[in-house]
Ligand binder design. Structure first.
Ligand code: OKP
Ligand code: ZN
Length: 339
């Protein structure tokens, strides 16, 4: 399988995050990507497809904010990473506010997603890696390609960041697939956390099915989305599927749910598949509570590949850095066994 990345992805290195009331080391580190690339061996540098495919998902004003936020932070006399503290949960609307703190809050769903000096370059690079993987498949060079994205994307919406995510790499690929006539498209999200941003972007959209297996949001981030009764609306009614699972779920609990959700993707008639792959379902993940073993990722890859669809795998979470390389290569090996 061809694997894509962009060297700028390493430029995003926030210093710390607000976690359960304390400042802790930022879990979404550059070392995650280095580990994955080292384990994978032969990887290709992304091509640059420009801003247009990003702007097909994200608002122009949000992209402009992301680009300049860290400079604006420094210009306001601040140091370190830009981070917000006030969020408009009531009556959120487009206001053109100048103060950096107001602009961050208007474009963020949490206080755990800092903007550092290299954040925009890295997020742009990750999106280009995803687009490069899409391009390889769209040219029919291979049925599937892998984008070693980092920062991840699935919590980011059209005009907001959150959960370590800035640009929604999976949504950018799915939208690109739709615009190239590959509908209906399914996004299968197997990260430990619910992909609220991807869900939000396609909630009313009947061209893109969003299907996710994740930790029950009554106990885990992002709390407010990913509940089983969220099924889409308008033209997208029925095109959102959420299966929350309890903490401590292992492969015996996970596998039948994955098989069922794959059957629903097939029944829905998907022609193109985007996989949001997070290895934070791993038993040793420091911020997550499922119990998958490294070997289980081989079976997971095989079950998804058995759908027989063309598509792109984009990397989302996975924070057990010591095991991350093995977990990713094992997933891709299971995928290639079947492909
Ligand atoms: C990103 B991805 C919780 C602090 C916030 C954010 C988790 C983001 C996960 N104590 N944690 O889905 O892997
Ligand atoms: Zn996650």
């Amino acid at each position: 399988m061809r694997i894509f990345h962009h060297p700028d992805q390493l430029r995003h290195a926030p210093l710390r995050e607000l976690n359960n009331g304390e400042w802790t080391d930022y879990a979404e580190t550059p070392a995650r990507l280095t580990t994955i690339l080292n384990a994978l061996g032969e990887v290709e540098e992304a091509r640059d497809f420009g801003l247009d495919p990003i702007l097909a998902v994200h608002d122009q004003s949000y992209v402009a904010f992301l680009k300049s936020a860290h400079d604006d932070w420094l210009a306001a006399g601040r140091s370190g990473d830009a981070i917000g503290y006030t969020f408009p949960i009531v009556g959120r609307r487009k206001l053109s506010l100048a103060r950096i703190d107001a602009r961050i809050g208007a474009h963020a769903m949490d206080a755990a997603t800092p903007i550092a000096a290299g954040t925009w370059a890295a997020a742009y690079g990750a999106a280009q890696a995803a687009l490069s993987a899409f391009d390889a498949v769209a040219r029919s060079e291979e049925r599937f390609a892998f984008a070693a994205c980092r920062p991840p994307g699935h919590h980011a919406g059209a005009d907001y960041m959150g959960g370590y995510c800035y640009l929604n790499n999976a949504a950018i690929v799915a939208r690109q697939a739709v615009s190239q006539g590959l509908s209906p498209v399914a996004v299968l999200d197997v990260d430990y956390h619910h992909g609220n941003g991807t869900q939000d972007i396609f909630y009313d959209d009947g061209d893109v099915l969003f299907a996710s297996i994740h930790a029950d949001p009554t106990t885990d981030f992002p709390f407010y989305w990913g509940h089983a009764d969220e099924c889409g609306s308008g033209g997208g009614e029925g095109a959102t599927i959420n299966v929350p699972l309890p903490r401590s779920t292992d492969w015996n609990g996970y596998r039948p749910v994955l098989e069922n959700i794959c059957a629903r993707i097939a029944a829905w008639g998907a022609k193109f598949l985007v996989v949001s792959f997070g290895a934070d379902t791993f038993a040793g993940d420091p911020i997550s509570q499922f119990r998958l073993a490294t070997a289980d990722y081989r079976a997971m890859g095989a079950i998804i590949a058995k759908l027989g669809l063309p598509g792109v795998i984009v990397m989302e979470g996975g924070y057990a850095v010591g095991a991350l390389g093995a977990n990713v290569t094992t997933f891709l090996a299971g995928f290639s066994d079947q492909a």
